[in-house]
Design a protein around this ligand. Structure first.
Ligand code: AMP
Ligand code: MG
Length: 345
């Protein structure tokens, strides 16, 4: 059931910076210094903030891990296990890559193939990997689609096998996995609390140092330089897929974006312009943000009703915000769009 509910809290807005996460209250702990580290990896600006006397050690360990993951998962670095798998058709991948592939196949299965890690050749053809954009010929789309399908990826232990013409890419899940790992590293190294933003995808450990929830803003897909809503979170990931993140305008004047619908090989255009998933696991949230974007408004709502182990904020192409009841008291709409709560009854 959808309940209409419009809220606007301007006082919050002035306290927030135009970034995906921010702090408003003065920390009460003894060591209230924010230690920060910025890293550019996986084609993404990553910023990390940690608190506590072990913060610097934790940040250094996290930075090292990010660079390691980048070299393991890159599709362009010939030495990476993913690039080697793509060129040979079979190969041993790292434990991290195995975990990501396992989740990708699981979510591919549960979303009727909306998440499909074998679309890499098609993404290349559209130019999303090189920024050399163009609308492919229908016959090319048809033949590349015929040579794709997540169900033909075989995972046996750490060994992955794909058909000869196939190539995989973990771009839809890699950042969520990375933020999970950063949280683990922060914990293991004894940081008191931490928050990371990987190109706008946020994950937090615990609360802010003063014990209050982190405030995370989500962008307005119709005005991507502006925030649309604020979420209050503790120890959660907040991961968004949107049509504004990477797109080009074709000769026909239409916009074409980077999330492909495996049903027809075109950018997914099923009623949604952005999907934000809020949950415990960054990997799960990242997989679902992409998959539910593809499924579209109605099927994304059905998926949430059937699973309910996450919350979400959907934005429809007719400018409505739909958010699930689990975050209703932690959601503040600061846009001029109408926001509706999605509940089970
Ligand atoms: P995200 O920003 O997490 O939604 O991931 C988008 C990226 O995932 C794209 O840039 C592509 O590399 C890849 N991708 C696009 N469409 C799909 C899809 N249907 N299934 C899996 N990966 C996709
Ligand atoms: Mg994703």
């Amino acid at each position: 059931m959808l309940r209409k509910h419009k809220t606007t809290v301007l006082s919050l807005f002035s306290a927030l910076m135009l970034c995906s996460c921010s702090q408003t209250a003065a920390p009460l702990q003894t060591d209230n210094t924010a230690h920060t580290r910025d890293v550019f990896a996986m084609d993404t600006y990553m910023s990390m903030k940690a608190y506590g006397e072990n913060a610097e050690t934790a940040l250094s360990a996290a930075e090292k891990y990010i660079l390691r993951l980048e070299s393991e998962l890159s599709v362009t670095d010939e030495q990476s296990c993913i690039a080697m798998l793509n060129s040979k058709g079979s190969g041993e991948v790292t434990d991290d890559a195995t975990e990501i592939i396992r989740k990708a196949l699981e979510v591919g299965e549960s979303t009727d193939g909306a998440l499909d890690i074998t679309l890499y050749p098609l993404l290349k053809e559209w130019g999303f990997t090189t920024e050399d954009y163009h609308i492919p010929e229908q016959s090319v789309i048809d033949s590349l689609l015929a040579d794709s399908g997540f169900e033909r990826v075989v995972l046996d232990g750490n060994t992955v096998t794909i058909p000869e013409s196939f190539q995989i890419d973990l771009g839809a899940l890699a950042k969520g996995f990375t933020s999970d790992k950063i949280m683990d590293i922060m914990q293991e190294n004894g940081a008191d609390s931490a928050i990371v933003s990987l190109g706008g995808n946020v994950q937090a450990m615990g609360t802010k140092p003063d014990g209050s929830p982190w405030k995370v803003s989500v962008r307005d897909p119709f005005m991507p330089d502006t925030d649309m809503c604020i979420l209050e979170i503790q120890a959660k990931a907040v991961i968004t897929s949107g049509n504004y993140e990477r797109f080009f305008t074709g000769d026909d004047g239409k916009n074409y974006w980077h999330i492909i619908d495996p049903a027809d090989g075109y950018p997914a255009d099923n009623g949604l312009v952005s999907v934000t998933i809020i949950g415990d696991s960054g990997l799960q949230c990242d997989a679902l943000s992409t998959a539910l974007f593809v499924l579209g408004d109605g099927r994304a709502q059905d998926y949430w009703r059937a699973h309910r182990d996450f919350d979400m904020v959907l934005v429809t192409d007719d400018k409505r915000i739909i958010y699930t009841e689990g975050i209703a008291d932690r959601f503040t709409n600061i846009s001029n769009m109408e926001a509706e709560v999605l509940s089970l009854d």
